[in-house]
Design a protein around this ligand. Sequence first.
Ligand SMILES: Nc1ncnc2c1ncn2[C@@H]1O[C@H](COP(=O)(O)OP(=O)(O)OP(=O)(O)O)[C@@H](O)[C@H]1O
Length: 574
Amino acid sequence: MPALPQSSLKAALAACKHSFVAVGFFSLFINFLMLVPAFYMLQVYDRVIASGSESTLLMLTLILTLLLVTLGGLEWVRSRIMVRVSTRLDTLLGSRVFDASFKQALFSGGMNASSQPLNDMSGLRAFLTGNGLFAFFDAPWMPIYMGVMFIFHPWFGWLGVLSALLLIALAYANERLTNQALQQASQEHLAATAFTQKSLRNAEVVASMGMLPQLRQRWQSKNNKVLRLQSIASDRAGTIAAAAKTFRLLIQSLVLGLGAYLVLEQEISPGLMIAGSILLGRALAPIDLMIGVWKGFSMARTQYVRLNELLLEVAVPPKRMPLPTPQGNVAVQALTVTPPGAELPAVRGLNFDVAAGESVGIIGPSGAGKSTLARALLGIWPAQQGKVRLDGADVFSWHNDELGAHVGYLPQDIELFEGTIGENIARFGPIEPHAVVQAARLAGVHELILRLPSGYDSVIGASGGALSGGQRQRIGLARALYGNPKLVVLDEPNSNLDDQGERALNQALQHLKACGTTLFVITHRPSVLAHIDKLLVLREGMQALYGPRDAVLAELQAAQQQAAAQSRTTERVQ
Ligand SMILES: Nc1ncnc2c1ncn2[C@@H]1O[C@H](COP(=O)(O)OP(=O)(O)OP(=O)(O)O)[C@@H](O)[C@H]1O
């Protein structure tokens, strides 16, 4: 499939242009054929009844049947074309929207993590395959009916034009009065859904600390807002729909009245009177339908705008020549990183080199910027200034899918995915049993997995259920070590581990060192530092110290002793 330029929704729709033209073309014929019942009526009244000819009636009825069957066939084809268009859009955009949702979540630091774009996509698809859309294809052919009505009698024509203008005015009022409320309701609904999802994910915290009533209240106030806005829009739309319906009924009778008057005045035949009434009904039907489906149309338009913005914002990564497997040389050059959504940088002006196979411990107080640095090292968050280079290439310019194979990452909050333990360790790629077991052994979790009833085939629930925090951390470690990555970043890998787990972790670190893997370990606990070559100390986002482990530890110790001596002197003076 060819890549779409910027892959905006517009480009995808443009790719379906021929289908839209075909639907427009079919609509022209459909609307011509819609004239048939009116002409049949005209002929029956004026010709058959006047002449009493049964054979004419039969002929006319046969022609009517043939034309109406053709009309049905065209309608059928038209709706099938739109179903194909919606499927095509999905094929063209589905994976792009999926990827863009991910990138959006990534660049917003998880603040904008939602499957809304995919919901928007299916909403748009549903609108394209629904009946409402055809009202928009039929409306432009309204002049055909008006023209025929003018031919019947100019007064008919003018009545038709006047009624259409009035209904269009009602449709416009509908748009003006309901659109803003509908848009706001949609935004509020998204916020309420996100809030509910987050609360449900943290059900244990909510239940344990009795937070449910407060959360319910919050949700209720958000939901009430949605309901209020929706009621406003629905009330207004309802008023306009009722006015439109009344007007339509009235005009339907008025046209008959006008026809009767013209018959009495001997301006037209009785057949034209009936046919004119049918024609007007047909001409106004698309506008009527448009008013009825306006809510759906407005929603589809919001979904379109949202999707388009997302796809424009999250550009398709440019195609680059694949780089060779990295050795693992890391160079951090004047690196400043601001987390997405934050105003100030979390790390500033970092400068250090790590040779392939070296291991670096990153320490520092909470909020010093350690996890931010980890994300920048892996090309997850872009550098605001400076660069992180892996074997000379800017790590942010690597394609995530390519770099991922050479990288292992154990984040602070480990999330496993719904699937088997084996699939999770193999990162959901094709499972190589030998490599999975090797990674599990390295993480010291192989025996533990074998003790589970289904071993590596044990299914983990969506929230990593059935596993303890320590077990999750060790399986997360196995996932990070899978496939012998060249660069491994472990963010507090021992936060949930017992002694046995710590021993396994230390063995894993030794193994990585023996394999020549470049390793970064963020830790608050000194037990992991035994197998580390260098230490980086961060303070308030700045590089306080960097160098060989023992030298840095000695400097830290000296600084601590000096601080202690100073505080003793101050106490004595006081
Ligand atoms: N997604 C985010 N959005 C906004 N600010 C963030 C985000 N992530 C981190 N920060 C900010 O960046 C700073 C550094 O955070 P970071 O998580 O890197 O610290 P840390 O040293 O890893 O802390 P800890 O040891 O507690 O894990 C903090 O002030 C934090 O508020």
